[in-house]
Structure formats: C-alpha cells, structure tokens
Design a protein around this ligand. Structure first.
Ligand code: NDP
Length: 268
C-alpha cells in the first residue's frame, strides 16, 4: 500500500463545506495536512467544520466564509490562510454548481453568470494563492487542481452554457499548466460525470416522485443517462482523483486530466 504523509503541508479547498470539496478536505486531513476550506453559507460551513473536527480532533483546520466570485473575499481568505498556516502547497478549485438550460432558454444574463462562475472560480483563487504556491514550489510539491466536468469534452444540449464554459476552462487549465510549469507548479483537473452531492440532493428533493427513495431515483437516472457503471459517483471517488493530482503522487503530471465519469465518455 502506498502511504503518503502530508504533515506540514497545507491544502486549500474552495467549496469545502459540502460534497466533493468536503470529501477532499477529509482525505487531506487523513493524510496529516493542514486544511483550509471555504463556502458562502455560514451555517453549512459551520456544520462541515464541526463534522471534520469531530472526526479529526487534532486537525489543523481553517473554515472561512468566502464567495470565490468576490475578489475581496478571496483576498481575505488567502490572507487568513497565510496568517494561520504561513503557506499553501495544494489549491483545489472546486467551488461552484451547474446550470441546467438549453440555448433557447439561456438569457444573456445567465450566460454571463455562468461564464463568470466557471472562469472566475478558478482565476481569483489561483491569483490569490499563487504567491504562496510559488514559495512552496521552491522546496517541493506545489499544485493546483480544478474540478471540471466531462461536459468540457462531451457537451449536453440541456446544459449548454455549463458545457461551453467547461470547455473554455479546460483550455485555461492547459494554458496555466504551461505558464506555471517552469516555476514547478503543476496544474491539472478532473472531469467528472454525475457525483452524488449537495446539488443532486437538492434536485432529488424537488424532482423525485412522492415516496421515491434516493437509491431508486439515482438508479433510474443512471439508467436513462446510460452510465456504464450503472450508478452515480460518490464524492470520495472524485476526491481520491483530486488527492492524487494535488500531491506528489502525481509529481510528473501537469496540464492533464483524469476522467471520473463511470465510463460515460464516448471518445477514444
Ligand atoms: P455541492 O453543492 O455539494 O458543493 C458545492 C460547494 O461549493 C459547497 O461547499 C458550496 O457552498 C460551494 N460553493 C458554491 N458556490 C460557491 C462560491 N461562489 N463561492 C464559494 N463556495 C461556493 O456540489 P458538488 O460537490 O457536486 O460540486 C463540486 C464541484 O463539482 C462544483 O464546481 C460543481 O459544479 C462540480 N460538478 C459537480 C457535478 C456533480 O454531478 N456533482 C458534475 C459536474 C461538475 P455554498 O453554497 O455554501 O457556497
């Protein structure tokens, strides 16, 4: 078994108060890293922080309210991480959500909002944490990992704006990887399909038939969506891929991505 000890290293996970981000924060804590998470909703963040502290009583953990689309919030979050931990080794750009809409029903405003979210949820935290990542890179592993979607390569008409933004973001990540490689900062992403998480729980609450269980509802969707592995992914399955790309386990990988879609990708 490969074991990795991240004691002394600092991982920052945006949107770490739920779903994939929370599962990723947990993995970093398990490996001994200090962890900083952020989210907009103070209650959700407090619940996540409490849960992590219960599971990891010795945890070096910082939970900060921060909207990644707000430049001042992001600067304050980076400042708080620097003050508390003095460094950042790994940045996971995870915060966000998808938008279900076709071309016919996506307004100009909705397009702008979606492009803003997908681009600036990467641009702002990356810019804010780069100075710390640059310092870390001189001594060892420094990495940025972004949560992206298979929609980047395989667009869906019912998620036209998200698919388009995801494709653009894939290009941004590749450019960033090229620009930062000489500084020894690696930049990678994961392309996920459907992962059980907060946003799917919310859809279940509004869309499931009366009395229909979560397992039935997700199983039915997995069949209609032709997911070869026959089920939704679990947050920890996405988290493990993020963990691999963030740590020195993937020290010779940059500008790349891992597919975590249960086999949905049709391309070779
Ligand atoms: P969750 O809703 O469970 O988690 C999203 C997290 O991001 C929450 O902590 C949320 O907290 C936070 N967040 C959202 N917007 C912002 C913001 N502007 N600033 C700071 N934090 C924010 O969903 P997932 O775990 O599924 O989502 C993680 C990522 O994976 C997202 O980027 C999503 O788009 C992407 N993704 C997920 C898929 C899936 O099937 N689950 C499919 C494809 C992509 P709060 O709301 O309190 O801010």
């Amino acid at each position: 078994m490969i074991q990795i000890d991240l004691t002394g290293q600092v991982a920052v996970v945006t949107g770490g108060s739920s779903g994939i981000g929370l599962a990723t924060a947990e993995l970093f804590l398990q490996a001994g890293a200090s962890v900083a998470i952020c989210g907009r909703d103070a209650e959700r963040l407090a619940r996540a922080e409490q849960g992590l502290r219960e599971r990891f009583p010795q945890a070096q953990l910082l939970a900060a309210r921060c909207d990644v689309l707000n430049a001042d919030d992001v600067a304050a979050f980076a400042g708080a991480v620097e003050k508390r931990f003095g460094r950042t080794d790994m940045l996971v750009n995870n915060a966000g959500q998808g938008r279900v809409s076709t071309f016919a029903d996506t307004t100009d405003e909705a397009w702008r909002e979606e492009l803003d979210l997908k681009y600036f949820s990467i641009i702002r935290p990356t810019r804010a944490f780069l100075p710390m990542l640059r310092s870390t890179a001189k001594q060892g592993n420094a990495a940025i990992v972004c949560v992206n979607s298979l929609l980047a390569l395989q667009p869906e008409p019912h998620m036209v704006a998200t698919s388009s933004a995801r494709a653009g973001v894939l290009s941004l990540i590749k450019s960033l990887a090229g620009e930062l490689a000489p500084e020894r900062i690696r930049v990678n992403s994961i392309l996920i399909g459907i992962v059980e998480s907060g946003q799917w729980r919310r859809r279940y609450e509004t869309q499931a038939k009366p009395g229909q269980s979560w397992e039935d509802w997700t199983g039915e969707l997995a069949r209609t969506k032709h997911i070869p592995l026959g089920r939704f992914g679990r947050p920890e399955e996405a988290a493990r891929a993020l963990f691999y790309l963030a740590t020195s386990l993937s020290s010779y990988t940059t500008g790349s991505h891992i597919d975590v879609s249960g086999g949905v990708a049709r391309h070779v």
